[in-house]
Design a protein around this ligand. Structure first.
Ligand code: A3P
Length: 275
């Protein structure tokens, strides 16, 4: 948010870089960029534009120390929330303990989406990256399913990223459930305002979101942000057309993810329409 904005409730003192009080830890391809940028519309939230990858890059950034991390953060006034997002945090084993040692009281946001759509979205991104470099990409089926048995490759990273309950369990070993807010990815697409108001409450922010800050852009097929002078949509790498995946493969994936989804619903006390 523009910190000079007249309706910010933050004090205009103490303008400096601070460690984040809230981090979007994942999940990759579930709407993490939309969530971050939409939250940045709030006058009391200031976002780090880039993914910092501090806690998940062992030899690189984490080794530089916490001061290096702080210096990657945007400037804020007293009372504003500093926020960054790095989706790789959610699935990286060492990260919960490291974030806990930075601040045991930090608040965490996890955005989720049907893990089957998430997987296809991840593949669509790989496909687009390969195409951009004039390279070919193996088929979805050969990447996700074993050739002989036809079993789902549960050990393949894009597949296990969608086992949300396993990852969340590791976070719950360090943080209490009420420090973690789960955002419904499908709902953020359909009605961003409603999901953002829930985050506003979770972060104890003054209610500043209004429905007219978001408008549906027919060409993009998604909500975009509006301020006094212009509109802003996410880049073209967000909201890609998904490649066709055979229905029998989708059904196999639904079966594969069902037990994990159930476990995730149990842990979170939430249910999603993913079956
Ligand atoms: P698809 O490209 O599969 O549609 P991430 O930012 O974590 O990579 O997530 C990308 C996903 O954000 C997109 O996946 C898209 O569905 C979702 N998304 C949610 N709200 C969006 C918005 N307003 N504009 C564009 N994409 C949005």
């Amino acid at each position: 948010a523009d910190v000079s904005c007249w309706y910010s409730t933050a004090s205009t003192r103490n303008y400096k870089q601070r460690l984040p009080q809230c981090i979007i830890i994942g999940v990759r391809k579930c709407g993490t960029r939309a969530l971050l940028e939409f939250l940045g519309v709030h006058p009391d939230v200031t976002i780090a534009q880039d993914e910092i990858h501090f806690f998940n890059q062992d030899d690189l950034y984490y080794g530089y120390g916490i001061e290096w991390y702080r210096q990657r953060m945007p400037y804020t006034y007293d009372g504003q929330v500093t926020m960054e997002k790095t989706p790789a945090y959610f699935t990286t084993r060492e990260v919960p303990e490291r974030i806990h040692s930075m601040d045991p009281g930090v608040r965490l946001l996890v955005i989720v989406r049907d893990p089957v759509s998430r997987l296809v979205s991840d593949y669509a991104q790989t496909l687009a990256n390969k195409l951009a470099r004039n390279k070919t990409c193996p088929s979805f089926e050969s990447m996700v399913f074993e050739s002989g048995s036809g079993r789902v490759k549960s050990y393949f990273k894009p597949v296990w990223t969608g086992l949300y309950h396993q990852h969340l369990q590791r976070w719950l070993a360090f943080f209490s459930r009420n420090q973690i807010h789960i955002v419904a990815g499908e709902q953020l697409i359909r009605d961003p305002y409603q999901e953002l108001v829930k985050v506003e409450r979770f972060l104890n922010l003054t209610h500043r979101f209004t429905t007219d800050q978001f408008y549906f852009n027919r060409t993009r097929g998604f909500y975009c942000m509006r301020n006094l002078t212009s509109g802003h949509c996410l880049g073209s790498s967000k909201g890609r057309k998904h490649p066709h995946v055979d229905n029998t493969l989708l059904m196999k994936l639904r079966d594969f993810y069902r037990p994990s989804n159930r476990a995730f619903f149990n842990i979170t006390g939430m249910t999603f329409d993913w079956d």
